[in-house]
Ligand binder design. Structure first.
Ligand code: FAD
Length: 309
């Protein structure tokens, strides 16, 4: 006997949790499967979210979101979903620890930034070292800032950030080539490029960035950092298995109004979609998807929630 859920949400990050809260408030049976990683598990402080002027960590938002969703009856399981298929009118999802069935599915699996395992880096993420110029360009205004990155990705980030501060250095950690046009723009803007691996990030007081120590032992002091190594992982393999259309960069295409993918009764929300990757956008999309999942469930042939098949 396997329970058939009205809604199955893959990913309990920001988009998945906001969707779960909305779905739970309609009274649908819903299960969220999450493998406890993701960008919201990494970021130690979001500074641009309404209501949190002093910042809030991803883990705190996740804790609050899960508790809010659980109060509406939504269930959670720690599992990584590795396979998804359509069997008749249902979705069958295979996790590492179990199998699940549902009438509708929301993919909220997000992306994952690629960065090297540098001592001292993770405690700074979101607090004093950032990934997104739209989110945190504000934080580096007129502050000495190091871009720790790789080739064209790092160069492009440094150029974008040059709107915010004149004190910028780009450390090309992986010493990948930089396209001639980007290199010329860096020179024109006076941005110094150091092509040398970083040995460690210098940080103190649980996340206060101080600079870096290079492989040669030299130290570069700075107030803030950005990372831009390129090659982020787009976690859309389940969408591919189910035949949903994806953008050439792997992000999932959805209907602008409903957030449904090109596969009926399959939705996608959050960073896995094709748009700016931000907390408030993930929240909005999670809610929007849940509203349309609810409308769709109302139209589908009624099979009582939770019966065995
Ligand atoms: C360092 C850093 C700083 C940031 N700063 C800001 C900021 O200041 N402001 C801002 O707006 N945004 C910021 N962001 C971006 C923000 O974190 C994302 O936009 C947001 O987390 C997107 O939410 P999401 O639900 O799409 O993905 P996530 O929060 O990444 O959640 C996805 C979830 O899916 C789960 N998952 C993935 N695949 C599977 C699977 N197969 N089975 C089960 N579970 C799965 C993961 O475990 C994860 O919990 C930052 C990101 C980083 C990394």
């Amino acid at each position: 006997m396997t329970t058939v859920y009205d809604c199955f949400i893959v990913g309990g990050g920001i988009a998945g949790l906001q969707a779960a809260i909305q779905i739970g408030r309609y009274g649908h049976s819903a299960l969220v499967a999450d493998m406890d990683s993701g960008r919201s598990a990494l970021c130690r402080s979001y500074h641009n979210v309404l209501g949190w002027p002093d910042g809030v960590s991803g883990m705190e938002l996740r804790r609050l979101g899960r508790s809010q969703a659980e109060k509406t009856g939504v269930k959670f399981v720690k599992d990584e979903i590795v396979k998804a298929e359509r069997v008749g009118d249902l979705f069958v999802l295979q996790g590492r620890d179990g199998a699940y069935k549902a009438r509708t599915v929301l993919l909220a699996t997000g992306i994952m930034d690629r960065f090297p395992d540098l001592p001292g880096l993770v405690p700074c993420l979101g607090k004093t070292v950032y990934v997104c110029p739209d989110c945190d360009g504000f934080e580096i205004r007129n502050r000495k800032t190091l871009v720790m990155g790789s080739g064209d990705s790092g160069a492009a980030m440094a150029l974008t950030l040059s709107e915010r501060t004149d004190e910028l250095l780009f450390i090309n950690h992986e010493r990948k080539p930089i396209a001639a046009e980007l290199a010329r723009s860096l020179r024109e803007k006076g941005i110094v490029v150091i092509a040398e691996p970083i040995r460690e990030v210098l940080e103190e007081n649980d996340g206060l960035f101080q600079g870096v120590m290079l492989a040669s032992g030299g130290e570069i002091w700075a107030d803030r950092g950005f990372i831009a190594f390129g090659g982020n992982e787009v976690r859309s393999s389940l969408a591919e298995q189910l035949g949903a259309e994806r953008h050439e960069n792997g992000h999932i295409m959805t209907d602008a109004r409903t957030k449904m993918t090109t596969v009926p009764n399959l939705w996608a929300a959050g960073d896995i979609g094709v748009h700016s990757e931000q907390v408030t956008i993930a929240m909005g999309e999670g809610s929007q998807a849940a509203i349309w999942m609810h409308k769709t469930l109302g139209r589908m042939s009624k099979q009582p929630a939770g019966i065995g098949v």
